[in-house]
Design a binder for this molecule. Structure first.
Ligand code: ADP
Length: 301
């Protein structure tokens, strides 16, 4: 197959590994810089141009779209879909997953376990909002944050009120969430490909920190997940419409709670921790599932 990897930088670990795995399995792999692809929209024959030439003959595309280029990246991916090129994850699903609040609403609609979460606009509603999530301690999250930045733990109601007021004053969209203390500063990253969890790792926050992000000094280790956690991760990816997803789960007293579903999960931490060839499993998935008739939305979303 001829496979495009939409990525800003061919040297990034995940991009490099996907190219390597594709070549090993006999495919032609082409890295396309997301922001340098441009397109002809008003045409019966949709096209993408790249460095002065049309991109042609692709069977599949692997989107590795960073949070900061979601808008443009999804437009490029949609164009690939209109051209009949099979996407590993579809543009509508990626756009959906990038809105944390929308994602939680979709997951809750399907009955998946989530931390109790509230969202409000007016400072007048802060006291009741705090009550809705069962009071302090609670976690406040900036909706557009990544890598743990903009995630704050408030130990007391007074602190929570001030922090929420401050964010609202700065016109930042935030959500307020029940703090899952029993998770003990750890979460579980389940790597879903198709209808399987193909690898899982536990991320533990450094001492004195509750955020387990590796970027915040967290450490990763192997973990055996329970059947309930496995089913939860697979269902979460399915609800979001993602074939490949990193589903982050907190272990709580009332079962696994989904914290986030990531549509471009990194390969470095999970491959190093589990020793699994995740990149190769992703390419195999494309081999089995790709085809112009396999695209659900074809850019319609
Ligand atoms: P980001 O998308 O910026 O990584 P997350 O929502 O994943 O933000 O939060 C970062 C980390 O903070 C998580 O990996 C988890 O360890 C911790 N965390 C987030 N929400 C909660 C919560 N409600 N209860 C306990 N810990 C949490």
């Amino acid at each position: 197959m001829k496979i495009a990897v939409l990525s800003r930088n061919p040297r990034l670990y995940s991009t490099r590994r996907l190219v390597e795995a594709g070549v090993e399995r006999g495919h032609e792999m082409v890295v396309v810089d997301t922001l340098r692809a441009y397109m002809n929209i008003a045409s019966h024959h949709p096209q993408i141009h790249y460095r002065g030439k049309p991109l042609e003959g692709f069977d599949a595309v692997i989107p590795r779209i960073g949070a900061s280029v979601t808008f443009y990246g999804c437009a490029v991916l949609r164009q690939f879909e209109m051209m009949g090129v099979y996407p590993l994850n579809e543009s509508v699903a990626i756009a959906r997953s990038r809105d944390k609040l929308r994602s939680l609403q979709l997951l809750s609609r399907r009955g998946l376990g989530l931390p109790v979460t509230g969202f409000a606009h007016s400072p007048d509603d802060i006291p009741d909002l705090i009550q809705m999530v069962n009071g302090a301690p609670l976690v406040i999250k900036v909706l557009e944050g990544t890598q743990g930045i903009g995630v704050v733990l408030c130990e007391t109601t007074k602190a929570a009120e001030s922090v929420i007021e401050a964010f609202m004053g700065l016109k930042q969209n935030i959500m307020v969430q029940e703090y899952i203390k029993e998770a003990g500063g750890a979460d579980i990253r389940c790597f879903v490909v198709g209808d399987k969890v193909i690898a899982a790792m536990k991320r533990q926050a450094k001492p004195g920190e509750f955020r387990s992000n590796l970027h915040r000094g967290g450490t990763a280790s192997l973990i055996k997940i329970t059947p309930e956690e496995r089913v939860t991760a697979i269902r979460a990816a399915k609800v979001m419409g993602l074939s490949v997803a990193g589903v982050d789960i907190l272990r709580s007293h009332h079962g696994p709670l989904v914290m986030e579903v990531n549509s471009s999960p990194g390969l470095e931490g999970i491959e190093e921790t589990t020793g699994k060839n995740v990149a190769s499993i992703i390419i195999e998935h494309l081999e089995k599932n790709s085809g112009p008739n396999m695209i659900r939305t074809k850019g319609k979303g």
